[in-house]
Design a protein around this ligand. Sequence first.
Ligand SMILES: *[C@@H]1O[C@H](CO)[C@@H](O)[C@H](O)[C@H]1NC(C)=O
Length: 230
Amino acid sequence: MKLVQIACLSVGMIMCTSVRAFSPSLQSRICNKAVELHATSAETEAERLRAKARELMAQVKQQEDDLHNNIMAKKRSRDAHIDQIISELFPTNNEGDTGDLVSRLRNKRLAAEVLVQIVERLHQRTRVADKKEPELASCTDQLIEAAAILDQEFVNQKTRCGDKITHADLVHWGGGNVSGILKDKDKDLAREYDEQFQKRLESFYDAAVKKHTRDEVDSRGWMDGDAWKP
Ligand SMILES: *[C@@H]1O[C@H](CO)[C@@H](O)[C@H](O)[C@H]1NC(C)=O
């Protein structure tokens, strides 16, 4: 039932109840008139509310779009920054050896967090649909290997100087276990990706099964165009 109808009904009932008390015969005539009058103003009010609601929805939508664009712009600029570091660390599409990478890392003194971002970005870039760069996959392994060498240097130096590991050491150098942090990140990302892949596979089957039996889909193959249509 629409808002207007509810409004009319309740206005009608109130009028009818009070009128009935003194003159039952007049009841329907007065009642209809009252319902008509109130219906017009209720409709206007409902229209006004609907317009207001539309306006608010448009505002919310705009804010969401702005926020989304803002987040995307930030991500793009962070990606560009990380891509720049990646191209400096792996200048010849990763043909150099790990020793070279270690020296570059040593010079750059990158924080553990930046290295984690590099691993994330390498994962993304090996997987984006439009421009896959599978050759980058080995960069992650090499980065982990190089980080292990630097971890060892860090621990050796701490031991030699009898220094304690400080909070800053933990944040910046991962407490001498940057390679462990990167390895964990690499594993997490691989697992996430597998799970997402599995989900996509399932939804493909769900969509396909609506059109065909599962066996049919299996035997006719994945790329059966018909199965992709919703
Ligand atoms: C380094 O990190 C890895 C992964 O989190 C962990 O398994 C390993 O025990 C850590 N090694 C040290 C020496 O803390």
